[in-house]
Design a protein around this ligand. Structure first.
Ligand code: ZN
Length: 70
């Protein structure tokens, strides 16, 4: 069970080198599936360069909405 509230919805300006090196996902669902299977917390974000999704383990600076927590 997971909430969609943690998704980063804004476009992230990834540096070109990072973008090329990172794995790309055409859809958020594809990125999410991989993120869920990872041992560490991964977050998907939409890349402003390739308009696809990347995963990052760096959550620093990314705000996590606390919605859903009662
Ligand atoms: Zn990219």
């Amino acid at each position: 069970m997971h909430s969609c509230a943690w998704w980063w919805v804004g476009l992230v300006k990834t540096r070109p080198g990072i973008c090329q090196r990172k794995r790309r996902f055409a859809t958020r669902e594809a990125a999410e599936a991989v993120a869920l299977e990872a041992d560490i917390t991964l977050r998907a974000y939409k890349c402003a360069l390739c308009k696809q999704f990347h995963l990052t383990s760096r959550t620093k600076g990314l705000r996590v909405p606390r919605m859903g927590l009662v």
